[in-house]
Design a protein around this ligand. Structure first.
Ligand code: TYM
Length: 330
C-alpha cells in the first residue's frame, strides 16, 4: 500500500518563510511519493483567543498557499479539520489515553502557559496534543512532515498509539515525524536565537509581505562578529540561518551553499539571499492572488472534506469498536 502522508498548518497569524521551508515547499515531493492528506488545523487555532473573521481569513490563506505551493487536488486531499467531525469525536476518546503529567511537560504548552495567568489558560491549549494525535491517527498516517518544533507532539502521538494498541490490539497505525534535512528550524532574522514564528513583523518574513519589505528584512538581518560566511550555528547563528534559507530556496545542501559564498562579504551575501527568496516568493504570491480572487480553494476544500470524512470515519469506527462503544447499525 502507498505510504500515507499527513500534515497540517494552524490558521493563526501570518504564514512565514519557516512554514514555507519546513512544510509548504515539500508538498510537491510528498504528493508524488505517497497518498497525501493536507489540512488546515482550524480547531487548533481556537486553543488561543482569535477573532472569528481573522480565523476565517487565515484559513482561506492557508488553503490558497497550499495550492499556490503546488498541491494538486488530483494527487492530494486538502481539507479543513472542522469539516470532518471525526476529529472532535476521536478527541473525546483519546483524551483518556494521554495523561496530565506528560501533557504538562510539552515544550509548546510550557512556553505558552508561562506567559499567561493560570485563570486564562484554556483546557484546549493543555490538551492540544490529544487533538493533534487524533489528526494523525485518523488517516493512518505513516509519515508526518513537520518542522522541528512539532516533533514532540508527534512523539506523544506515538506514545498514545503504543498505549492504545497494547491495550486493544493493533488498531492504530504508528506514525513517524519527518523533518526536512535543510530548514527544520528557521530562525528569526532579528534574533537568530529564537525561531521564526507567525507574530514578529520585524524578524519574520511573511509570505504575504511586499517584495521590497522582504528584501529590506533580509538586508537588515542580524549578522555575527567576523566577516566569514560560514555554517556555524553556535558561533554564527545569523549567518548560518541565512545560509540555510539560501540552501532551501535553491534546493541545494548547506555545504554547497557554504562553498558558493567563500570570500563573500556579508552585504553581498545577503543580497544574494534576498534575490533567492524573492525568486521563489514572488511567483508564489502571484499564484496565491489568483487562487484567492477566483476562490479556487473552495471546491477543493469541499471535495477534500468528502474524501477525508470517508477515511476518518472508518478509523473512528474501529476505535469505537475497540474500546467497547456499541454500534447500533451493525
Ligand atoms: P504551525 O501552524 O505552527 O506550523 C506549520 C508547520 O510549519 C512548521 N514550522 C517551521 N518549520 C521550520 N522553521 C520554523 N521556524 C517553523 N515554524 C513552524 C511547523 O513545525 C509545522 O510543521 N500543531 C501544528 C499544526 C497541526 C499538525 C497536526 C501538524 C495540527 N495537527 C497534525 C502535523 C500533523 C502547528 O501548530 O503548526
Amino acid at each position: 500500500m502507498a505510504e500515507r502522508i499527513l500534515t497540517g498548518i494552524k490558521p493563526t497569524g501570518n504564514l512565514h518563510l519557516g512554514n514555507y521551508i519546513g512544510v509548504l515547499r515539500r508538498l510537491k515531493n510528498f504528493q508524488n511519493r505517497g497518498e497525501c492528506f493536507i489540512f488546515i488545523a482550524d480547531l487548533h487555532a481556537l486553543t488561543l483567543p482569535i477573532d472569528p473573521e481573522v480565523l476565517r481569513q487565515n484559513s482561506i490563506d492557508i488553503a490558497s498557499f497550499y495550492l499556490a505551493a503546488g498541491l494538486d487536488p488530483e494527487k492530494a486531499t486538502m481539507f479543513l479539520q472542522s469539516s470532518v467531525s471525526a476529529h472532535g469525536e476521536i478527541n473525546a476518546v483519546f483524551q483518556n489515553y494521554l495523561y496530565m503529567g506528560e501533557l504538562s511537560r510539552m515544550t509548546q504548552f510550557k512556553d505558552i502557559s508561562s506567559k499567561m495567568k493560570d485563570s486564562s489558560i484554556g483546557l484546549g491549549i493543555f490538551a492540544y496534543p490529544v487533538l493533534m494525535a487524533g489528526d494523525i491517527v485518523l488517516y493512518d498516517a505513516d509519515i508526518v512532515p513537520v518542522g522541528e518544533d512539532q516533533t514532540q507532539h508527534v512523539e506523544i502521538a506515538r506514545d498514545l498509539v503504543n498505549r492504545f494498541n497494547n491495550r486493544y490490539g493493533k488498531v492504530l497505525k504508528m506514525p513517524k515525524a519527518e523533518v526536512s534535512k535543510v530548514g527544520k528550524r528557521i530562525m528569526s532574522l532579528s534574533d537568530p536565537t529564537v525561531k521564526m514564528s507567525k507574530s514578529n513583523p520585524k524578524g519574520d518574513i511573511f509570505l504575504k509581505d511586499d517584495i521590497n519589505v522582504i528584501r529590506k528584512k533580509i538586508m537588515s538581518a542580524v549578522t555575527d562578529l567576523g566577516c566569514e560566511v560560514k555554517y556555524d550555528p553556535e558561533n554564527k547563528p545569523g549567518i548560518s540561518n541565512l545560509l540555510v534559507i539560501y540552501a532551501a530556496m535553491k534546493d541545494i545542501s548547506i555545504e554547497e551553499a557554504e562553498a558558493k559564498f567563500v570570500n563573500y562579504r556579508y552585504g553581498d551575501f545577503k543580497k544574494e539571499v534576498a534575490d533567492a527568496v524573492i525568486e521563489v516568493i514572488e511567483p508564489l504570491q502571484q499564484r496565491y492572488k489568483e487562487i484567492v480572487e477566483n476562490k479556487l480553494y473552495l471546491k477543493v476544500l469541499q471535495e477534500g472534506a468528502i474524501k477525508a470524512r470517508k477515511v476518518a470515519d472508518k478509523t473512528l469506527k474501529s476505535v469505537h469498536k475497540a474500546v467497547g462503544l456499541l454500534d447500533i447499525n451493525e
